[in-house]
Design a protein around this ligand. Structure first.
Ligand code: DGP
Length: 114
């Protein structure tokens, strides 16, 4: 989508600190990190929210988590632990409408979330 900031990171039109990519997904560091390690994993194709996932996206959804696991190991947070969050729409706190999995680590997370 031409006005989507994350599509522009996928296309290279705006820079991203990319930590992983394959044919289906891209992972890059969050511009506004909420933990010492904070990266986002996105599908390369534009999907606005979790509500827009279709049954044919099941494998793609799995690939987001598999990429999270790979980068967590790269970042050395796989054993200490990390949190994966995917916000949906306003009440979920979603500000960028291209689905993204937040992966945060290298600090103790709290519960409940804010
Ligand atoms: P959310 O609130 O769940 O939609 O999270 C959006 C995240 O995206 C937020 O943590 C900040 C991050 N972000 C927004 N714009 C950019 C950008 O241009 N580059 C990068 N790397 N991250 C961005």
């Amino acid at each position: 989508m031409s006005d989507c900031i994350f599509c522009k990171i996928v296309s290279g039109d705006i820079p991203g600190d990319i930590v992983y990519q394959d044919e289906a997904v891209l992972a890059f560091r969050d511009l506004s990190p909420q933990a010492p390690v904070h990266f986002l994993v996105i599908p390369k194709k534009h999907i606005s929210t979790i509500n827009d996932f279709k049954s044919e996206d099941a494998s793609l959804v799995g690939k987001l988590f598999l990429a999270a696991k790979i980068v967590a190991k790269q970042e050395n947070i796989d054993e200490s632990g990390y949190r994966c969050v995917m916000n949906c729409n306003d009440d979920g706190g979603q500000t960028v409408h291209h689905v993204h999995l937040h992966v945060m680590g290298k600090r103790q997370m709290t519960w409940p979330p804010g």
